[in-house]
Design a protein around this ligand. Sequence first.
Ligand code: F6P
Length: 325
Amino acid sequence: MNTIRKIGVFTSGGDSPGMNAAIRAVVRSAVHNDIEVVGIRRGYQGMIENEFVDLDSSSVSNIIQRGGTILKSARSEQFRTPEGRQQAFENVKKQGIEALIAIGGDGTFQGATKFNMEFQIPVVGIPGTIDNDLYGTDETIGYDTALNTAMEAIDKIRDTADAHNRLFLVEVMGRDAGFIALETGIAGGAELILLPETLTEISDIKASLSEVFRVHQRSSLVVVAEGDETGGAIKLADNIKDDFGKYDMRVCILGHIQRGGSPSARDRVLSSRLGLAAVEALLEGHTNVMVGIVNNEVKYTPMKNTWSKKKSIDYKLLELSKILS
Ligand code: F6P
């Protein structure tokens, strides 16, 4: 077992519901092991600008249910420079921080890996992104909540779509990955789901929609991932409007609504498990790994693999969506 006296914890990149629950779990697990915790506000930018705050058990009371992140988040351009990282390291050292826990997505982990390689400071990652696009964990923190938020929005859109027999194109988040689109599409009974992982020609999209209208003779709903090769819902609408004009097409971009809100029970439990796992990983001497849950077991994945290896969507789910639409 390692002896670590003080750790730093931060959230970085796009926030996700459950990050607060993860901060709470890190702090309380550290306190349980007699480790002091310093919170770093605004991620890597806060490291550079000296935004440190001592955290104890009571600092994280009453946050498990809150969306966003009490430590704030940022995307730091300065941290991409050697000078920025040097400044960050000097500030971290001055605080007496001996190891770091980084909560975020692939950009956060790329920064953490570089920092670890340059300054040998131990670092463990906790996967926090609504996109669920990190290799090494079945689900990332915030994904389940985002799914439910998007599904509820789709249910509401369906009511009004049906009242007018309209065609709705609903865009969900997912810059490079279609996890949110796939599962909300299935849960919301979408007639068509478009993902960055699959290439769908405009002619095929038109053919599928024509068939759906022929069979069902009523409103239709398409879920499009923002990163889909069609260019998203607005572009897609433009490309198909001439053929589907009579269905009075509408576009709805769900956007950042998907990132906010109180985390689901599942996200709170996941965050709590991963917060404890991250502290234990540091105590066991692991560094430059992400903690994840795979088949209900805690797993450590080399941080580099979390973004360089591609986590696959479940193609069987995509087939299922086609059969059921
Ligand atoms: O990575 C999470 C994510 O929500 C993506 O799905 C989305 O493309 C991006 O962040 C949006 O980032 P920002 O909040 O900086 O606009």
